[in-house]
Design a protein around this ligand. Structure first.
Ligand code: HEM
Length: 401
């Protein structure tokens, strides 16, 4: 396809050529490592994008939002928290923080526990399940739907909409890309219509949910606009569902690929927390974060020009030996663990406390109820997005305790 179209319109959704096959996408880390060692900062003509692989360089980029903007110059959709720069970002983040408090999240623990148990009840006697389909997908969708105040009957609609909005393409042709963009726009339009209805209902009759809290949040008499709330709700679905699905799945994948990890957390259940952190370092659900340079700037001896795209490879930085001891080994109890699986700086994941809580509870219950969790060997399919690391399905067998 023509490079201009590629870089300009789709620069952030196509795979680099080194990762263009299934095997590489199922385990990209050796390739990231090679790129980090050989070309720590390089320009990729195909994608018209810079790629940065070292921890120190990625850290520097994420720490400097004035030079590395989150604005997607080519974004067709409206701005969200994720794509705003300061000072607008600070203002918006403060407002949503008021509704998204650690207490509000921690209060969800009993619900997350019962939802997980209900999901596992359905498969317990079967002795096998698909971690993605039976547990890791429905759990975050149900939790965010409840948090937002969405009725149970509509949950699966959400899953479909939010999946479509983050979907990449398997083949880089203009037709496939255009088709995908059209599908994304349609899913977004449907979600917007849906949320407009919920907003109207909550405005008339507030409930104890996030939408009502967002309608109510204010700073110095300043409230969120309806458009801002709508986009924020959509962002939560897009940013929070598939990522959490992949975290739970990636952790399970690790426990089956390396049974010693499973044994260790069974013997020391208090390690589940740090095991989740190590999963975020070693198998991060988000492996890359995009920015645009606002001025000419040098990184790793390379001159990045104003307006150019820069992709920070968290998946590579998280295994940089200059930052982590023994980086290619999974240490269940690694400390310290300054991974960038949730990003870094002003855009650090707003949903991190929720994602951590869901993953911890899901894994704890999984390990308590079932023993001998093993991968039921089949061929795996990677999630078709260069920024995401995960698999579409992960069948396991187990024994009920
Ligand atoms: C931002 C990862 C779960 C909501 C981010 C960023 C990363 C990330 C890397 C930074 C992006 C950037 O700097 O451009 C993850 C991972 C998750 C997860 C790996 C699960 C394991 C969630 C959940 C929610 C959420 C559950 C909400 C329910 C957000 C929001 C932002 C964000 C709103 C934008 C924050 C801002 O721009 O200030 N996430 N996320 N995420 N995440 Fe998450």
């Amino acid at each position: 396809m023509n490079t201009e179209t590629q870089g300009k319109r789709y620069g952030n959704i196509i795979f680099m050529k080194e990762l263009s096959n299934n095997a590489a996408q199922l385990l990209p880390f050796p390739i990231y490592r090679e790129l980090r060692e050989k070309t720590p900062v390089r320009y990729d003509e195909d994608r018209q994008s810079w790629d940065v692989f070292r921890y120190e360089d990625v850290h520097r980029i994420l720490k400097d939002p004035a030079t590395f903007s989150s604005r997607r110059g080519l974004e067709v959709r409206g701005e969200t928290l994720l794509t705003m720069d300061q000072p607008k970002h600070t203002h918006m983040r403060n407002l949503v923080n008021k509704a998204f408090t650690p207490k509000a999240i921690n209060d969800l623990a009993p619900r997350i526990t019962s939802i997980t148990n209900e999901l596992l009840d359905q498969v317990a006697s079967r002795g096998k399940m698909d971690i993605v389909y039976d547990l890791a997908t429905p759990l975050p969708v149900i939790v965010i739907a409840e948090l937002l105040g969405v009725p149970a009957k509509d949950r699966m609609l959400f899953k479909d909409w939010s999946d479509t909005m983050v979907k990449g393409v398997e083949d880089n042709t203009d037709t496939a890309l255009a088709h995908m963009m059209a599908e994304r726009d349609k899913a977004e339009a449907e979600l917007v219509q849906y949320f407009l209805k919920i907003l109207e209902e909550r405005r008339k009759k507030p409930e104890d949910d996030l939408v009502s809290a967002l309608l109510d949040a204010e700073i110095d008499g300043d409230k969120l606009q309806e458009q801002d709330i709508l986009r924020f709700c959509i962002l939560l679905l897009v940013a929070g569902n598939e990522t959490t699905t992949n975290l739970i799945t990636n952790a399970t994948r690790l426990m089956t690929e390396q049974p010693a990890i499973q044994d260790q957390v069974r013997q020391q259940p208090e390690l589940v927390k740090s095991m989740v952190e190590e999963t975020l370092r070693y198998y991060p659900p988000i492996v890359a974060i995009g920015r645009v340079a606002t001025q000419d700037v040098e990184i790793g001896g390379q001159l990045i020009r104003e307006g150019q795209q820069v992709v920070s490879w968290v998946g590579a930085a998280n295994r940089d030996p200059d930052k982590f001891d023994d980086p290619e080994t999974f240490h269940t109890d690694r400390k310290p663990n300054a991974h960038m699986g949730f990003g870094f700086g002003i855009h650090f994941c707003l949903g991190a406390p929720l994602a951590r809580l869901e993953a911890q509870i899901a894994l704890e219950i999984l390990l308590t109820r079932f023993t001998d969790i093993e991968f039921e060997k089949t061929s795996l399919t990677p999630i078709p997005s260069p920024f995401v690391f995960g698999v579409k399905s992960y069948p396991v067998t187990f024994r009920e305790r």
